[in-house]
Every structure is written in C-alpha cells, then in structure tokens.
Design a protein around this ligand. Structure first.
Ligand code: NDP
Length: 480
C-alpha cells in the first residue's frame, strides 16, 4: 500500500517522491509506505487551504456548516469499523480501543455540528447613540500537528472544532500513525467537504512538521506532543505572531483516600494507566494512596496487574505493543537500575505467548514507594508504568499531586463531599475528576493544562473561542 498526501481534494505524491515505511507495531514489519512531504508540499497544502478559506466555504452560514459537519459525522459513523481496523493495525492499539477512538471522532463532529450555530457574539451597552456588538469570525487557515497515540481522537477534537468555526485546515499527522487520517480526509470529501478545506501532508516532524509550524500564511497552530517539540513549535509561532494551543501531556495523579469506594476505584486506576499501553497524555501514571490503606490497595492493584495480558493488537488483549522501537527503548530506559534506587517492582503483567517476536511490547509494571523527586514520579514515561506513593494528610496529597512540572488531569477518590470540593479547588490541573476518571471521553469538557502540560484548551465550547477571532463593532447613529 502506497499512501499519498491529501491536498485540494485529491491524492498527491510528495514533490520529491520520497516515501517512508509504515511499520506494524505488533510485528515490527513494514506494511505500507507514506509520502515524505517537504516544505514544498506543505506550501501547496497551505495555499490550497488559503484559497478555500476565501471561496464559497467562507460564505456558508453557521447552520449550513452545522449540516455539513453532521453529514461528515454520519459518513464517519458508517466507516467506523474500517477506521478502527486501520487505526489498530497502524498504532498497535487493541481493536476495542481503536473502536472507541473511531466512535470518539464521530462524537466530535456531532458535538461541533451542534455547537457552531450556538456560537454568538455579544451586544455591549454604550448609550442611545451607540450600538456595539462582537462578531466571532474564523481565523483563516489552521495548522494541526497530531501525534501518534490517538490520531482519530486528536484530529476530531481539533479539526472538527476548527471546521465548525469556519476555518480551513492543514494537518501533519505523526509519521508513525497517518493512515486513518488519510482515509478520514477521503470520507469527509465524500460527505461534501469542499476541496481545499481539509489538507493532510504526511512526513517527518523535523521536516514537514517544522515547515508547517514555520509557515508564514497560517493563522493558528494546534499541537499535541512532547514539551520539547511543543517549545520549538511555539518559538516558530512566535516568529509569525501566530496563536498556539499546546497539549503537552502530564504526570497525572490518582489520589485514593482511605474512605474511598475501593471497589469502584480499582479498575479505573488500572485502566487509566493500561489504556493505550500508557501512551495517553492524561494517563493516571501516579497513584497516591492514603497510608491507612496503602498495603491493602497496592496488594489489590498488584493482583490486577498480574492478570493483565499484553499482545498483538488484533488479539484485543488488555495491552497492545508500544508504537515504535524508539518508544519501547524510551520506556525500558525508565525501568533500568530500579534496584540501585531501592525501587521495588510490586507486579508485572504477562506477555501473551502468541505475541509476534518483532513487536514493540512492554508489559504493565507497578512500582512501589517511588520517592516524590525520583524521575519515575516526575517525568512522563508514556508507557504502562504505574508509580505508587503513600501519603498521610490531605495537604500532603495536594503537595505531592501538585509537585511535578505538569498539570493536565487529576483524579480524586473519596466519599467525603467537603473534601471533594477542597481537593478539586486546590489541585493544579486542567481537569479534576472526582470518583471517576475521564468522564467516558468528555468530548464536551474543556481540556488542557498549564506549565509543562501546555497552553490553551481544546474540546467543548472553549475550543471554538480559541479558533475564532473576536471583532468588536461600535456604531454611532442618531438617537431617534
Ligand atoms: P513529538 O512531540 O516529537 O511529536 C509530536 C508531533 O510533532 C508528531 O506529529 C511529530 O511528527 C511532530 N514533530 C516532531 N518534531 C517536530 C518539529 N520540529 N516541528 C513540528 N512538528 C514536529 O513526540 P514524540 O513522538 O517524539 O514522542 C516523545 C514523547 O512525547 C513521548 O514519549 C511522550 O512522552 C510525549 N508525547 C505526548 C503526547 C501527548 O498526547 N501529549 C503525544 C505524543 C508524544 P513525527 O512523529 O512524524 O516526527
């Protein structure tokens, strides 16, 4: 299979003819090739998006865009299983997870189709002779740099919102996970999205991604990925005074108090780190457990971890492989020299005997009593590694939870209502979940962090504010 870029409503090979291998993470084998885009391809895509932003697309009413996005949602829904299978093969995620991602992209298109005709400006009282109001206008061409962990979902949350806001888009998916998005582009075209409104260029981050971030004719960048690359993207954006939304991951805590419903907490705490093999920006990668129940709860966690099975994506087990040999090496590097630091492995999952030898597997690992300043407790590992830490008082839990450079998400498990509110208010996080984690996807809920977790918010209505420009109009007129 040879995949081309999607530019101006058609497939186009990369100008230089370069191709990149697409590797199946479950086997390590190459099964397709992708266009290796350069600055030239990116420029074609941006030019196509600019032309489209000035054409009939710009004159659609919000209600017409809403109808079109609903048609997009229906077309994606019809292709859900095909998209899930493609995503599962390309990223190594178990089919069940890919199915849930395919359902999520449909929800994003539905949500933004329903939201866009409710996006109103304001009127501002200035007296009898003045009428002032605000208009929310499209920004123009928006750039979307998408990582490999949830291509369908992350495309849905940023591109559906941007299209709803009336922009046109240029997307650079990760070289490790582009296939589902190229198919989505075709499907959206079939659903009626005009040529040039959505363009996708595949390729390397340091080539195509860098060229997109540095392009002088884009009006916004949505980036999801690592803090180091996010910083480079933000510097490029600053050169051109382009606003950015950066979602840069986290080291999110799950805080379990001794009065919590432990039966309810246990499977959620496990899933929050095992889902997508821990390659989730909002992964619950630290579990802070109140001392009185630390022994009991870690014992139950250990039993659950020992029962987890890792294997090929198509076998649909608890955990698939990691995305690449590079990511596997990165996660393994965190698990070296544990003895030297006195860190005990409380439990590990098992590798399925049928897992192909060339796959990039890492079984889930539960680590005991990790000191708060240890890199395992401070850095985003992006693998199925859960760090357990005991705490005494509520204040200690807050200090530990807030004690990393990240601040994306936090989970709190307690039956005490007053404590739920105190914790929610004092935790430094863009989202706090009480007695749940993730609200089953939460398409409607604004999402994003501060500090090393990034800048700005995606999802919900909030994304529409970031993806539009606010214009104030003040009219002086006769009083009567
Ligand atoms: P990156 O931040 O490098 O990649 C994210 C996206 O940025 C990809 O599309 C990538 O393309 C692109 N990119 C890479 N370099 C540039 C550049 N100079 N300019 C513009 N775009 C660029 O993350 P990695 O894939 O290297 O993963 C490293 C770590 O980052 C992970 O272990 C994890 O900790 C974190 N991460 C966090 C994510 C999140 O959801 N918040 C998602 C992914 C990673 P390409 O892949 O083709 O190089």
């Amino acid at each position: 299979m040879e995949c081309r870029n999607w530019i101006d409503g058609q497939q186009l090979g990369a100008e230089g003819g370069g191709l990149l291998p697409v590797i199946d993470p479950s086997t390590g084998e190459t099964f397709a090739r992708l266009a290796q885009s350069s600055e030239v391809d990116i420029d074609w895509a941006v030019q196509a998006a600019r032309r489209a932003s000035q054409g009939p697309w710009s004159r659609l009413s919000a209600a017409q865009r809403s109808q079109l996005l609903l048609r997009c949602a229906r077309t994606l829904a019809d292709a859900r299983e095909e998209l899930a299978r493609l995503e599962s093969r390309d990223t190594g995620k178990p089919l069940r997870q890919a199915q849930s991602d395919a359902a999520a992209i449909v929800r994003y298109f539905e949500f933004y189709a329903g939201a866009v005709d409710k996006l109103h400006g304001q009127t501002i009282p200035l007296g009898w002779e003045m009428t002032a109001f605000t208009l929310r206008e499209p920004l123009g061409v928006t750039a979307h740099i998408i990582p490999w962990n949830y291509p369908l979902q992350i495309f849905g949350r940023s591109v559906a919102a941007s299209l709803a806001a009336g922009n046109t888009c240029v997307v650079k998916p990760a070289e490790d996970a582009s296939l589902s998005l190229l198919r989505v582009a075709e499907l959206l075209h079939e659903a009626g999205l005009p040529a040039g409104v959505l363009n996708i260029c595949t390729g390397l981050g340091k080539e195509a991604g860098q060229a997109l971030a540095a392009h002088t004719d884009i009006n916004h960048i949505s980036f999801t990925g690592s803090p180091d690359t996010g910083r480079q993207v933000a510097l490029q954006a600053a050169q051109n005074f382009v606003p950015v939304t950066l979602e840069l991951g986290g080291k999110s805590p799950q805080i379990v108090f001794s009065d919590a419903d432990l039966d309810a907490a246990l499977p959620v705490v496990v899933n929050a780190i095992v889902q997508n093999a821990g390659q989730t920006c909002s992964a619950g990668s630290r579990v802070l457990i109140q001392r009185a129940i630390y022994g009991d709860f870690t014992e139950r966690l250990a039993e659950a971890f020992k029962a987890l099975l890792t294997g090929a994506a198509s076998d649909n087990l608890d955990c698939g492989p990691l995305i690449s040999a590079q990511q596997q090496a990165r996660v393994r590097s965190y698990l070296e020299n544990l003895d030297q630091d006195g860190i005990v492995v409380l439990a590990k999952g098992k590798l399925d005997s049928k897992a192909p030898a060339g796959g990039f597997y890492q079984v889930p690992v539960l680590l005991d009593h990790v000191p708060v300043n240890h890199r395992l407790a401070q850095e985003e590992i992006f693998g199925p590694v859960l760090v357990a830490q005991p705490f005494g008082t509520e204040q200690e839990a807050i200090d530990m939870a807030n004690g990393t450079p990240y601040s994306l998400v936090a989970g709190v498990w307690t039956r005490d209502g007053a404590r739920q509110v105190r914790m929610a208010r004092q935790l430094r996080a863009g989202q706090v979940f009480v007695n749940n984690y993730g609200a089953a996807g939460g398409v409607e809920l604004p999402f994003g962090g501060t500090g090393q977790s990034g800048i700005g918010r995606e999802k919900g209505f909030e994304a529409l504010y970031a993806l539009t420009s606010l214009k104030t109009v003040a009219l002086r007129h006769a009083a009567s």
